[in-house]
Design a protein. Structure first.
Length: 102
């Protein structure tokens, strides 16, 4: 097993409007990307489990031509809300880093 953070060049999160967060997982090379994609270890259900959401609330895409994986989830609080602890959504990617990839 290898952590996703060791295979990906970049794992980031950001706002996708005031009500959604989006995650980008990008790879330097096709073999690393294909290993993650083909393993099934990173999927809609995995992202949902990381953030305590039903899988149906996760938008999930494999972008083969960009060697990237993208997911979007509802923000826990709208951007700027009193309960919003990360106005730009830039610190929400951390749970994805520890996903084990066979």
């Amino acid at each position: 097993m290898t952590k996703l953070s060791a295979l990906a060049r970049l794992i980031r999160s950001k706002n996708a409007g005031p009500f959604e967060l989006t995650f980008d997982i990008m790879f330097d090379d096709a073999p690393s990307y294909q290993r993650v994609r083909d393993s099934g270890a990173l999927a809609r259900e995995t992202v949902a489990a990381c953030y305590g959401l039903p899988a149906a609330q996760v938008k999930f895409f494999y972008c083969d031509n960009a060697l990237a994986i993208k997911a979007s989830i509802p923000r826990p609080s709208p951007q700027g809300d009193l309960l919003d602890s990360d106005g730009h959504g830039g610190q929400q990617y951390a749970p994805l880093m520890d996903i084990d990839i066979p």
